[in-house]
Write a protein of this length. Structure first.
Length: 397
């Protein structure tokens, strides 16, 4: 049985704050500060450039990739870390399209994170081969998987509503139609049990700064199924994806397996923080995490619907059909969230009218959920959001 009291102690949460935004940026693991200091002082400081060998910096993207693999149900040796999520989306999508040269449709849905769609649009322009990005509603994805589709590009958990796609079912449908699958796990890795191998996913990508708590801008990861590992060709043929980087050959030869999906220099200091964050996951049972997450989110929904009749639930009612977040709709959503933050309860807002709240059992309990609900009820009952300072939009919402 996972001890969430112990995991709670592993995080720094500012005094007086209830943090319901780990779905956007996880809090600081207490061990990360010391881990980064060691990497700076003992490795960078003392070893200088020899740290690439002596401290094993060059191998860390694979080592950390294997630690992430456990959390997403991936086979060992088939996840690698590095670069940003947008870069990993581009790589996976380009490789997937190469596998279906006779097809031109990329299928996605309107609940996908816009950056994924932007990267698809950019790739289509770069290829110049007449590909089409076809975007349907999340509910219509299954029926839209036809024999025209080359690749499905789907985020497992909708960033706005928390709606959870059935990865196994949609992957099976895609394969039956002859399509390749790319799954974005940004809002599911670390939020709920994921099993890319059992689902038969072809490619998967994700970030590490949300539920995995790797820190602002922490590097992304990519998974390539073993059956594709030696065939998937990297559109971004970076130096470190070369089969022999230090041979300094003029031409590119892709590295073996997942190594070819490396692009740029490993972010050593960021990896130190992420490694410390992943330490917290040792011993965490994902089924227990999921059960606790549902318990917390169900409690929050019940409390809010009893006290805040003007807030409309935007997430699926059935907890099995949503990730680890709950969203409500209100025309004044931005101001409401700002009023809530002013009271020490941090959620976030997504245009045009979504109030988002993440439920992360690693550091949240029922007491915080009830207190957060009480604060939101007071904000709504007293119209405390209706103040100029809460209506002024900041650059990041």
């Amino acid at each position: 049985m996972t001890d969430f009291t112990a995991t709670r102690a592993a995080f720094h949460i500012p005094e007086g704050v209830i943090y319901l935004d780990g779905n956007s940026l996880g809090p600081l693991p207490r061990a990360a500060e010391a881990a980064m200091a060691r990497a700076m002082r003992d490795e960078w400081g003392e070893m200088l450039i020899t740290g690439w060998n002596r401290a094993g910096w060059m191998a860390q993207p694979r080592g950390i990739g294997d630690r992430i693999a456990r959390l997403i149900g991936a086979e060992a040796g088939h996840v690698v870390l590095g670069d940003t999520l947008s870069i990993k989306v581009y790589q996976a999508l380009a490789a997937a399209l190469d596998m279906r040269p006779d097809r031109r449709v990329i299928l996605s849905d309107s609940g996908n994170f816009p950056s994924d769609l932007y990267m698809a649009e950019g790739l289509i322009r770069a290829l110049g081969r007449g590909h089409e990005l076809r975007v349907v509603s999340p509910e219509d994805v299954a029926d839209a998987i036809t024999e025209e589709v080359a690749v499905t590009l789907i985020t497992e958990v909708d960033y706005r509503t928390g709606r959870l796609h059935d990865m196994k079912d949609l992957t099976a449908r895609a394969h039956a139609a002859g399509a390749v699958t790319v799954w974005d796990l940004a809002h599911s890795a670390g939020a709920l049990p994921v099993d890319v191998a059992v689902a038969g996913a072809d490619f998967a990508v994700g970030c590490t700064y949300k539920y995995l708590n790797g820190g602002p801008g922490a590097p992304a990861f990519i998974y390539v199924a073993p059956r594709h590992a030696e065939a998937a060709f990297p559109a971004l043929s970076g130096w470190l994806g070369h089969d022999a980087p230090f041979a300094f050959e003029q031409g590119y030869r892709p590295g073996a397996g997942i190594e070819r999906m490396r692009v740029g220099t490993p972010p050593v200091l960021a990896m130190a923080a992420l490694s410390a964050a992943l330490d917290v996951w040792e011993g965490v049972d994902m089924a227990a995490l999921r059960s606790r997450s549902i318990e917390l989110s169900e409690l929050f929904i019940a409390e809010i619907e009893a006290a805040c009749p003007t807030l409309q639930l935007a997430s699926p009612r059935d907890p099995v059909r949503r990730g680890s977040q709950v969203s409500f709709c209100h025309a004044e959503g931005y101001a409401i969230i700002q009023a809530l933050i002013a009271r020490g309860v941090i959620g976030d807002f997504r245009a045009p009218d979504i109030l988002r709240f993440g439920f992360t059992p690693l550091y949240l309990g029922t007491d915080e959920v009830r207190t957060a609900a009480r604060h939101l009820a007071e904000v709504m009952a007293g119209r405390l959001w209706d103040r100029p300072e809460h209506r002024t939009r900041a650059a990041v919402t």
